[in-house]
Design a protein around this ligand. Sequence first.
Ligand code: GTP
Ligand code: MG
Length: 149
Amino acid sequence: VEETYIMVKPDGVQRGLVGEIISRFEKKGFKLTGLKLFQCPRDLAEEHYKDLKSKSFFPKLIEYILSGPVVCMAWEGVGVVASARKLIGSTDPLQAEPGTIRGDLAVQTGRNVVHGSDSPENGKREIALWFKEGEVCQWTSAQAPWLRE
Ligand code: GTP
Ligand code: MG
């Protein structure tokens, strides 16, 4: 089944937006399978964003992600990767549509409050990177028959 890695970045934690962000995915109807507050080590942040290593903003991005604890989440559902990206909105919060997380809650790319995997492959890769064996739970949601025919 499709899964995505969602992370509340340190600004989202500091600004008290954790509950609000979790709520948006819960209300949509996706299933939470992993959740933790975590101060991440530098090597993990660099591995997570390794595709952006050549970008001029890479050092700032790593300092941002290391600047405080993050909330790591794994979410599961049909189409969850693309749908989560839509719920999150554009990378630049000023371009993000109202109604999206970034569109409603942020103003700058360098403080855009949340991460979401950009493909199902990266969803699996990132969940394996951020969660240890046993930290992700498989469970049956009582809502399942009320969400999908
Ligand atoms: P993520 O879900 O965090 O991966 O964001 P994204 O997929 O919308 O954007 P991308 O993967 O291209 O960039 C990853 C993150 O790097 C962004 O979310 C920003 O936090 C940061 N970033 C991207 N572009 C810039 C930039 O031009 N300046 C700064 N300061 N940060 C940037
Ligand atoms: Mg990205």
